[in-house]
Design a protein around this ligand. Structure first.
Ligand SMILES: Cc1cc2nc3c(=O)[nH]c(=O)nc-3n(C[C@H](O)[C@H](O)[C@H](O)COP(=O)(O)O)c2cc1C
Length: 164
């Protein structure tokens, strides 16, 4: 389907329902919960924005590849995010523990049978959040330091959309 046909309120989908960011190959991938990001238009393309702290295991997979998927599971799979948002793929098989069933897209990206909405994306631009660039510096102490490293922002083109 086309992005223009999307009926979702993406504020709620990203911020309240949450999403799984998955990157890597069918043989070797990782996934994590994310609730920060956005959807929009940039450089004449439909895009999503995701923000990933460098300490996440997922970060290396996103860095290495050209693509990623954003999978929205619906409220009935909220417990999946309890696992994928707190445990690391470094030492946990999150797919098995969360009971997810991976699906491989035609382009070789991984999503899940459980997903109600999938955005398949291709990286366009990435840059680390720079503490010097905050026009509201209170956000730095609120969200960084003890909370973790500065996110890297990825602008990704939405190349395919599927809904159930
Ligand atoms: C609701 C929720 C939202 C999250 N959103 C993000 C996010 O947007 N960016 C991020 O870097 N980490 C986010 N996290 C944290 C990661 O999901 C978490 O650290 C995860 O265990 C990383 O797994 P990994 O080490 O296998 O990559 C979120 C966690 C939760 C519970």
């Amino acid at each position: 389907m086309n992005v223009s046909e999307l009926k979702d309120n993406m504020f709620d989908a990203i911020g309240k329902e949450w999403m799984l960011v998955t990157a890597g190959t069918p043989e070797r991938f990782n996934l994590m919960t994310a609730s920060w990001g956005g959807i929009g238009v940039l450089w004449g393309r439909p895009v999503a924005f995701v923000f990933i702290r460098p300490e996440r295991y997922t970060y290396g997979f996103v860095e290495q590849g050209d693509t990623l998927t954003l999978s929205f599971l619906g409220a009935e799979h909220k417990q999946v995010h309890g696992i994928c948002g707190s445990k690391s793929g470094r030492d946990t098989d999150k797919v098995a523990e969360a009971g997810l069933h991976p699906l491989v897209t035609e382009q070789g990206n991984v999503t899940y049978e459980e997903a109600r909405l999938v955005l398949e994306c291709r990286k366009l631009y990435a840059d680390a959040i720079d503490p010097a660039c905050f026009t509201d510096p209170s956000l730095v102490s609120r969200w960084y330091g003890a909370h973790g490293g500065f996110h890297k922002m990825y602008v990704v083109e939405i190349i395919n959309v599927w809904t159930k």
